[in-house]
Design a protein. Structure first.
Length: 380
């Protein structure tokens, strides 16, 4: 049939029954479209309200609301749900006998408000000034899958070991909000408040914070910086530093520039100050060798402790299945560096262990990285 015939209606075949479109059907379709648009608007408003209440973003809001059938109260209850129960904690590694105070990450509910509480455990003993404990962990906040349960898992480890200091990488605003509501016995200092960032947590009963600084990496393409906190512990001057150095193999040059800045800052600290740096360095050993190794006054704690094999690899896709990676890769991305004070008390590494090795009920680990728990002796 020619196009002109169609245009003029000549020789057109009669429409089949299935091609007919009645006014009633058209009206029904219009109503359904209107309902879909109204539903979408309602859901957008719910996301906005949820994000406002929880200080999160639209993506997190949509995740929690969708999981709870778009019921606002259920979604908020899910977001502010208490941490894992004692049965889960009992399945974790043995508790080191070093703490008299622990963070209770269980919510105390009063009406619709959710508050975090801290319980002081009085055992007739003072805190041990002869030790210092520290955790560094990339908590993978950028992975939104099972984010709340994984956050509770991380918090459970903090409650379990009660470290004096915690270095965190890949923190996102909802995660920071979660920590601030629960870990109220810690001072929490973030390296940023947008997108993703680092944070340092310092136990109020042990660490006296003096000041903190944030040094941007001038040529980063991934929003990376160096966060440092100056403090005293048992009368000793310390500087705690954390960073998330540039990621991926192709950004090795930028990563080494960032490492050089970190090492320079560590070396320039006053001689009376002990400097501890930790974080997700993304370093490969050959990259450090390319620099000629670490400066003589800065040591790699894992190497200092004799390169213990049990905590060699902190990013291990052969054991950690969070990424569902088809490749198998083992790397020591997460590292701790120490520059000892030349005068005054000494902070001496004693042990290093991996944490976060237990799968959660959701079938995932708390992060795609293992955390590092380091214990130090404080010699006055």
């Amino acid at each position: 049939m020619e196009v002109s015939g169609v245009a003029s209606g000549v020789e057109q075949e009669p429409l089949g029954q299935e091609q007919l479109w009645s006014p009633q059907q058209e009206e029904k379709e219009g109503e359904e479209q209107k309902q879909r648009e109204e539903l979408e608007k309602r859901r957008q408003l719910l996301c906005t309200e949820f994000a406002s209440v929880t200080s999160s973003d639209a993506a997190v809001a949509q995740c929690y609301l969708a999981e709870n059938d778009w019921d606002m109260q259920r979604a908020l209850n899910s977001y502010f749900e208490p941490p894992l129960d004692e049965q889960y904690v009992d399945r974790m590694s043995p508790v080191p006998p070093v703490t008299e105070t622990f963070v209770d990450l269980t919510d105390s509910l009063s009406g619709s408000s959710v508050t975090a509480t801290v319980k002081e455990v009085e055992r007739g003993l003072q805190e041990d000034d002869s030790t210092l404990s520290l955790i560094t962990w990339n908590i993978d906040g950028l992975d939104l899958s099972n984010l709340q349960e994984r956050a509770r898992g991380v918090c459970s480890y903090i409650a379990l070991y009660s470290p004096d200091v915690v270095f965190l990488q890949e923190v996102v605003p909802p995660y920071l909000n979660y920590l601030q509501k629960r870990a109220v016995s810690y001072t929490i200092i973030p390296g940023n408040t947008e997108a993703y960032f680092t944070a340092i947590m310092l136990k109020k009963s042990r660490v006296r914070v003096l000041k903190h600084e944030i040094t941007p990496f001038p040529t980063t393409s991934m929003m990376r910086n160096l966060l440092e906190v100056h403090a005293t512990v048992s009368g000793n001057e310390l500087c705690f530093m954390t960073s998330h150095l540039e990621s991926t193999k192709t950004h090795a040059e930028e990563r080494l520039n960032q490492l050089k800045l970190v090492l320079k800052k560590m070396s320039e600290m006053p001689a009376s100050t002990t400097v501890i740096f930790g974080g997700d360095t993304n370093l490969r050993d050959k990259e450090v060798a390319k620099l000629g190794g670490l400066p003589s006054n800065i040591l790699d704690i894992w190497e200092f402790l004799g390169k213990p094999e049990h905590c060699h690899y902190t990013w291990d896709t052969s054991q950690n299945t969070n990424l569902n990676a088809r490749y198998k890769c083992k790397l020591r991305f997460d590292r701790l560096l120490l520059r000892a004070a030349s005068t005054g008390g000494q902070i001496i590494p004693q042990s290093l262990d991996l944490i976060g090795l237990e799968k959660l009920d959701c079938g995932k680990f708390p992060s795609d990285h293992w955390g590092l728990l380091c214990n130090f002796d404080v010699v006055l």
